[in-house]
Design a protein around this ligand. Sequence first.
Ligand code: FES
Length: 167
Amino acid sequence: MGKNLPTPQVLKGDTGWDAETAAPIIAEFAAIKGGLIPALHALQNRLGYIDDAAVPDLAKAFTLSRAEVHGVISFYHDFRREPPPKHSVKLCRAEACQSMGSEAMAADLIQRAEGQHECEVSAIYCLGLCAMAPSAMIDGKLVARLTPAKLDAHLAAAGIGFKARTV
Ligand code: FES
């Protein structure tokens, strides 16, 4: 039976790449068979993204070529290659939320977010809050029973300044 994988430490808002911070994370997972992908998740959780500067260290630690490490990072779309935006809004687009109007809210939000770089708007498929649909996650916080006005209030509370609603 294999060793349990360590739980990554998630530090919200800590998104600058730091090779000194990355080194022990890489070393910890390099000792585990099949540890490259968990190492990448741990690095991203801790530092916000996988900097190109980590690739040589990862290759050395996991006895892979740099091209192989690049291949793994680019194969999985969950891995970021650049620092994430300051804010994140994940709107649930799964069935229960769709039936409660999430598609219209998503379309409006995507339009209002256009051209700004402080917040990433993306889809998520079920947050486990179906009975309180439509729901979303704003900077890691779950919000539910959304209406356009409630969504705007949550965005404002999070300090996300999108363009004014036009409809
Ligand atoms: S479908 Fe949206 S929370 Fe389940």
